[in-house]
Design a protein around this ligand. Structure first.
Ligand SMILES: Cc1cc2nc3c(=O)[nH]c(=O)nc-3n(C[C@H](O)[C@H](O)[C@H](O)COP(=O)(O)OP(=O)(O)OC[C@H]3O[C@@H](n4cnc5c(N)ncnc54)[C@H](O)[C@@H]3O)c2cc1C
Length: 399
């Protein structure tokens, strides 16, 4: 296959590049370069508001809900350019997950209430799916929602809820019926995180951050209007979310950006007087990873270009997730290799913004060790690699 962007896409890329160069504030770029992996809600919201003014904040949504009408390849180019310029990587939750679920299955009330705030990036959202004992086997979740008058009364516990401590809204899977098959009684609720009865406990992570949380729900009253779609259909909607994550799960833009940074580090750092980029073992590892990333990018582009494939979409999504997660780890490992002994110095996320950069500690080194540690989780979140391989075996090979 010979893949090339045509003139139209190339001039679109230039338009996006010019817009980003003119409108992405320097303080946001600076912060992106000195931060850990966790989404930065304030700067993300600021960037989202800038994009919103230009009509670009929810590119993939249908036109009637504020989308751009761009083709999948245009959206790819847009995300590619934003990431390359160090724009905040969006928390996927609102834009790519709950937003599409609301405009596809939600009531007019939900559309009118939530779609504008998501478009404008007004609030941070969290995803309350996993529970202690219900991660890979999500259908076994035990948080209940019992209808009482105009409310659901929610009781239970969620865990690993990213950003729950700063989220204004959350989308949750709860059990509204425990009598049938596990998948059948699951419903999809939008919950205001400041509702009485919710308590959030951050979990200390090995990268020094604590954006993952436990969420306890104790007699939390949720208005019935906040049920998305039909009661008991939450499992179907949650599976639909995965389709929206299909190409995002490859982390392609993040991987490209971080590989470019690995090159930058290796070109500047020396070991025993030799630039790391000139050392043979480093170069061959870099070449191997670059080839894998290019192959992944082309696979994503082939999907977006709608090239016919006999594979089931879930199997393709799982393939992208496996490769994307492995590359996140090998690219951050490569950065550690390029940093040599300096990678042993751990700078906590709280110290990154004010870290005194110097010739010895240039800004491209700040935060890298922390990010390398948190990317160990890339093969767990969004579904572990073992689970993805089982999906590939079933859906692609019928095993
Ligand atoms: C950084 C991070 C962020 C996260 N963010 C969120 C979030 O915002 N919201 C949310 O709801 N969840 C979130 N999660 C949770 C995540 O979805 C779960 O951790 C994941 O689904 C795995 O579930 P588990 O941790 O319960 O592990 P388990 O399901 O207990 O798995 C433990 C091990 O057993 C293996 N295993 C389990 N079942 C099988 C099987 N059938 N076949 C083969 N091997 C199997 C797994 O692959 C894994 O190696 C996050 C997790 C991490 C690490």
């Amino acid at each position: 296959m010979h893949f090339q962007f045509d003139d139209r896409l190339n001039s679109f890329r230039q338009e996006v590049r010019d817009f980003v160069a003119a409108n992405l504030p320097a303080h946001i770029v600076n912060r992106q370069r000195h931060k850990s992996f966790a989404p930065d809600d304030l700067h993300t919201a600021e960037w989202q508001a800038i994009l919103h003014k230009n009509g670009w904040s929810v590119p993939g949504w249908p036109l009637e809900y504020g989308g751009t009408g761009w083709s999948p390849l245009q959206q790819f180019v847009f995300n590619d350019e934003c990431a390359a310029a160090d724009a905040p990587v969006f928390p996927w939750g609102p834009r790519d997950m709950v937003g599409p679920i609301i405009y596809t299955f939600g009531s007019d009330y939900l559309k009118e209430t939530f779609l504008p705030m998501i478009r404008e990036g007004r609030h941070y959202w969290c995803q309350g799916f996993s529970e202690p004992g219900s991660g890979s086997d999500l259908a076994s979740l035990r948080t209940t929602a019992v209808r009482q008058g105009d409310s659901y009364i929610v009781n239970g516990q969620k865990i690993w809820t990213s950003g729950a401590a700063v989220a204004k809204w959350g989308f949750f899977l709860v059990k509204t019926d425990t009598s049938g098959k596990p998948q059948q009684g699951i419903s999809f609720l939008i919950i205001d995180m400041s509702t009485p009865g919710i308590s959030v406990r951050p979990i200390q992570q090995m990268d020094g951050d604590d954006h993952l949380c436990e969420v306890f729900l104790d007699n939390v009253a949720v208005p019935v209007e906040h049920l998305v779609g039909e009661e008991g259909k939450g499992w179907t909607y949650a599976k639909d979310l995965l389709d929206h994550e299909r190409t995002g799960s490859s982390y392609i833009f993040w991987n490209k950006r971080e590989l470019a940074k690995a090159r930058e580090i290796a070109s500047s750092e020396t070991i025993d007087g030799i630039a790391v980029i000139d050392s043979e073992p480093f170069r061959s590892r870099l070449a191997r990873i670059e080839a894998q990333l290019t192959a992944l990018e082309w696979s994503v582009l082939r999907m977006l270009a709608d090239e016919q494939t006999p594979w089931h979409p879930s199997a393709l999504a799982s393939c992208l997730k496996v490769r994307g997660a492995q590359l996140q780890q090998s690219i951050t490992d490569l950065q550690m290799q390029a940093m040599g002994r300096k990678s042993l110095r751990f700078i906590a996320p709280q110290q990154m913004a004010d870290f005194p950069v110097s010739t010895l500690w240039p800004d491209y080194l700040v935060g890298k060790t922390s990010v390398a540690l948190i990317t160990r989780a890339a093969t767990i979140y969004g579904g572990t690699l073992q689970i993805q391989r089982t999906i590939i075996a079933k859906m692609a090979f019928g095993v």
